[in-house]
Design a protein around this ligand. Structure first.
Ligand code: BGP
Length: 465
């Protein structure tokens, strides 16, 4: 048995988001998820939308006690733009929402849990999508910055760790390339414009934070997925290079290094995908330095050179590669047979160290999905046995520990997620929580993994073979 000890002051906790936990009670505007679910419930697993979910709005005090029960010293959630802002054009806040978030954050702080707050987790106010096309529009960049300023003003005395966006590439992929988020468009050029506008919105929010001389730190959370090849043949390596450029570096480089890779610009020009770019927007991107990076990791990407002809009528990154299933891989049967590859964490850490100035970063989401059936029912002691989750989590943390030993500047781990929560079109299909949410009663049922996590957080170490 080896004991793995983490650096002093390491953050241990979980991540969630406002829309996935709060429920819609007292919410002033709809988000695109409320309206899309209303219009097309069949797109959602078991037709469950974001209306009720964990009811955090009413149950946050009880939930903060549950956070303590599993040893958290930090927790990430997001503010909902569509809850906080009453007047979306001016950024004037809704006082009920200010009161709710203040009470929620104060409750965490009073219980020794540091809140980290994200501003955007896929949840565009519906009216801004309908009226302007959401982040298709330059006007909405300005509205986002007003919202960010309101959030900094309202909660800056409580929140010292801010995040601009969670996985900014996902609304681009889902909403504009692959049809799994509203507005379900398939348009490569628009996808690039939305991605660019989000990056500008991020940069301008960071600059607003600096101009307001807010205390604390600001960063972003990216889902970084290393690309692995079939083997060492040159054309496969080239395919992996493109996948990395289009999926990872398209946000990582402008948000962390403050410039776009020249090769990416060449590709966009070649396919006539260049977005509308103003000089002041590039200046914002160049000067918006982040203090830290959050990394979400779930599964690796496997690619090979294209063998079949590219047959879509619009551009997607797959123009440059084909996805590939590793014949010798291990797979998670409870997560659509996705590959399990803990060593990817080490590779991500090395990449940040070698190519991104070893910026301080934390594992902002790592989740081991199971389904309700595989977790089973509560045992005699009232606890659900999810030891599959613990053993896989250990494997991932061994790799993180190895990376830290080799110089990675990692300051914490947040597991996805705290209480099983609603997850977009997957709804409650995959369970990730420390606590099961009983959808009928709203009851939170503890899982065995939480007991292990508590001892990990309290001792700042764990043992494994
Ligand atoms: C991440 C998102 C989360 C969450 C998680 C699990 O990408 O940031 O919001 O939903 O994935 O997703 P799923 O339930 O689809 O596996």
């Amino acid at each position: 048995m080896t004991t793995y000890t983490f650096p002093q002051g390491f953050l241990w906790g979980a991540a969630a988001s406002g829309i996935q936990t709060e429920g819609t009670k007292n919410k002033i505007h709809d988000s695109i998820w409320d309206t899309w679910h209303r219009d097309n419930p069949e797109r959602f697993f078991k037709e469950i939308g974001p209306a009720k979910v964990c009811e955090t709005y009413d149950r946050y005090q009880e939930d903060v006690q549950l956070m303590k029960q599993v040893g958290f010293n930090s927790f990430r959630t997001s503010i909902q733009w569509s809850r906080l802002i009453k007047d979306l054009e001016t950024g004037e806040p809704c006082q009920d929402a200010v009161a709710f978030y203040t009470a929620y954050f104060e409750e965490m702080i009073a219980n020794g849990i540091t809140p980290m707050v994200n501003l955007y987790h896929f949840d565009m106010p519906a009216v801004l999508q309908e009226q302007y096309g959401g982040f298709e529009s330059k006007h909405v960049i300005g509205l986002f910055v007003k919202y960010a300023e309101t959030a900094f003003k309202s909660f800056g005395h409580l929140i010292k760790h801010w995040i601009t966006f969670n996985e900014p590439i996902v609304p681009v992929e889902g909403g504009y390339l692959y049809d799994f988020h509203y507005p379900c468009k398939k348009d490569g050029k628009l996808a690039v414009q939305v991605g660019f506008n989000i990056t500008v919105a991020h940069a301008k929010a960071v600059l607003a934070f600096r101009e307001m001389a807010c205390e604390g730190h600001i960063g972003t959370v990216l889902n970084l997925t290393p690309s692995y090849t079939r083997d060492d043949r040159e054309e496969d390596k080239q395919a992996a290079h493109y996948a990395d450029l289009l999926f990872n570096r398209s946000f990582l480089d402008p948000m962390v290094l403050n410039y776009y890779p020249e090769e990416l610009c060449q590709i966009l020009k070649h396919h006539d995908l260049m977005p509308e770019v103003a000089a002041e927007e590039m200046a914002a991107i160049e000067s918006a330095k982040v203090d830290f990076l959050g990394v979400n990791y779930y599964v690796p990407r496997r690619v090979k050179a294209r063998e079949a002809e590219y047959d879509l009528s619009y551009f997607t990154p797959e123009y440059y590669f084909e996805n590939y299933i590793n014949p010798t891989g291990r797979f998670n049967p409870y997560r659509d047979n996705n590959e399990i590859l803990p060593t990817a964490i080490y590779d991500i850490a090395q990449n940040i160290k070698d190519n991104y100035g070893n910026l301080p970063w934390f594992l902002a989401e790592i989740g081991i999905a199971m389904d309700e059936a595989s977790e089973g029912e509560a045992q005699e002691d009232g606890v659900i046995d999810d030891s599959f989750r613990t053993s896989l989590m250990k494997e991932h943390l061994v790799q993180l520990h190895r990376a830290i030993d080799d110089g990675a500047n990692c300051f914490g781990v947040h597991q996805w997620t705290f209480i099983d929560n609603w997850s977009w079109t997957n709804s409650f299909k995959r369970r990730y929580g420390f606590f099961r949410l009983d959808l009928e009663t709203g009851q939170r049922i503890p899982k065995r993994h939480g007991q292990w996590f508590k001892s990990l957080a309290q001792s700042n170490s764990f043992t494994a073979d």
